[in-house]
Write a new protein. Structure first.
Length: 147
């Protein structure tokens, strides 16, 4: 006949396993659901990335960007000290420089002193004046003043 202590010990172990199994069963179920949900989300991300890549290739193939548009869309940097030095290099007053740009003399003054910043259209006009010399600047200014 088995020892009563051994039988009692086995019964306690069996009941403990049953209780632990009941308590951990909910966690196992929810963990399996979370893993399935994560896997579905990963598959969806992969599909969306493939679609995005495909759409980018189609867009690049259908609309090749001309070089002229790249120059216009290039963001321009602005420096107040460079603007002042450019104006002085051309030998122009703030008012004359403003006339060439199509803005007021006060705007040029504020740009040079860092009180404001030119808009993108004005930055393009400043960039166009970068490549001209004193004679061409004077000719353009005379032409604008005569008009």
């Amino acid at each position: 006949m088995p020892n009563i202590a051994a039988v009692l010990k086995d019964e306690i172990a069996r009941i403990a396993r049953k209780e632990v199994r009941a308590q951990t069963e909910d966690f196992k179920k929810s963990s399996a659901q979370y893993r399935a949900h994560i896997a579905a989300l990963r598959r969806r991300i992969d599909d969306l990335e493939r679609q995005l890549k495909r759409a980018g290739k189609v867009a690049a193939r259908d609309n090749p960007a001309p070089a002229e548009e790249d120059d216009a869309s290039t963001p321009r940097r602005f420096s107040a000290t460079r603007l002042a030095s450019q104006r002085q290099k051309l030998g122009l007053s703030a008012a004359d420089f403003a006339t060439l740009l199509g803005v007021s003399g006060q705007s040029v003054y504020k740009w040079e002193h860092g009180e404001s910043r030119p808009r993108s259209k004005q930055l393009e006009a400043i960039a166009e004046l970068r490549g001209i010399g004193k004679r061409e600047a004077a000719a353009r200014l005379a032409k604008l003043q005569d008009s």
